[in-house]
Write a protein that binds this ligand. Structure first.
Ligand code: PEP
Ligand code: MN
Length: 334
């Protein structure tokens, strides 16, 4: 349920209202917009008499929210959420480019790519160290050693770093990682989501490849209802009958999400397409669709990458993409 207040509500009446709502064991999320303040009520609102609230001088309107996600809902929080990642802001008109290898392979590799993507215009560095691989015989990542290399490379080029967590037991190792990524395979690892909800770390939550938009929002709700508002959503392609691409990039998810939620939405064209040649056009299409950022796999030597080489861009190609993305953004502003 949301309570929309009239402009400049009388403070004493507002206090009385909030005290009364809290006495019914409801949690109140206050969202102050330019003209209106919205009170989002979370909890069992079945006993709340809507007409009684509507009759108050300070109240403009009262609405029941049918959607099962509350914290993530734009109706609760009309303005875009801006997530601050160690000083780099995303959402609410702030666009960010996250780039780097699929996996951290060595100190030299991550440092070299970090420099190259920074030079090309990236604002955050990615690098997986705990890798969810389909085959147990494939490279599994450098684990804690890789995280340390990523952190050092990020420091060297002054970029926040993003890396994927696979299990709650790894949480302590991520203390100096700026954004914790929850990958597609873990989008519904609810125990992991609950633990991340107890932190204030920004979380990059990727859509599961067989998950609906609503399921993605419900996973965000797990994190947010625990007290962590810093969630960034990522569309990375879903599994369909089509085999020409690794996944099918559901670009309509971008405007659908932007309407449904106030959280930043980014797109991963690398895992969506699986082919480097297809990454730039889909990345630009994602920008045109209105996303708040891109996460792109970049490698200095794709044919020898230990993971996802075929979909990795060379730094030079990424630099060209970054320039074109800026042009598309400028065109959107015209
Ligand atoms: C990744 O970003 O390296 C990754 C494994 O992505 P996803 O979870 O989307 O497959
Ligand atoms: Mn990858």
């Amino acid at each position: 349920m949301i309570v929309i207040l009239r402009e400049n509500p009388d403070p004493r009446q507002l206090e009385n209202l909030t005290r009364w709502l809290k006495s019914m064991n409801l949690e109140i999320h206050v969202s102050e917009g330019f003209h209106q303040t919205v009170l989002g009520l979370v909890g069992d609102t079945t006993r709340v008499d809507m007409d009684l609230i509507k009759a108050l001088d300070i109240v403009e309107d009262v609405k029941r929210i049918q959607d099962p996600y509350k914290n993530a809902n734009r109706k609760f929080h009309p303005l875009d959420t801006v997530v601050d990642i160690s000083g780099v802001k995303i959402g609410g008109g702030n666009f960010q480019l996250i780039a780097g290898p699929c996996s951290v392979e060595s100190e030299e590799q991550i440092t070299c790519i970090a420099r190259a993507v920074k030079e090309a215009g990236a604002t955050m560095l990615r690098g997986g160290s705990f890798k969810p691989r389909t085959s147990p015989y494939a490279f599994q990542g450098l684990r804690d050693k890789g995280l340390k290399m990523l952190i050092a490379a990020g420091k060297a080029v002054q970029m926040p770093v993003v890396s994927e967590i696979m299990d709650i037991s790894q949480l302590d190792l991520f203390a100096d990682i700026d954004v914790i990524q929850v990958g597609a395979r873990n989008m519904q690892n609810f125990e992991l989501l609950k633990q991340l909800g107890k932190t204030t770390k920004p979380v990059l939550l990727k859509r599961g490849f067989a998950s609906t938009v609503q399921e993605l929002l419900m996973s965000a709700e797990y994190i947010m209802s625990g007290g962590n508002p810093n969630v960034i959503l990522c569309e990375r392609g879903i599994r369909t009958f089509e085999t020409a691409t690794r996944n099918t990039l559901d670009l309509s998810a971008v405007p659908v999400l932007r309407n449904a939620t106030h959280l930043p939405v980014i797109v991963d064209p690398s895992h969506a397409t699986g082919t480097a040649r297809l990454v730039p056009p889909m990345a630009l299409a994602a920008v045109a669709a209105g996303c708040d950022g891109l996460i792109v796999e970049v490698h200095n030597d794709p044919p020898h990458a230990l993971c996802d080489g075929p979909q990795s861009l060379l730094p030079q190609t990424f630099a060209e993409l970054a320039k074109k993305a800026a042009k598309v953004r400028a065109a959107l502003r015209d």
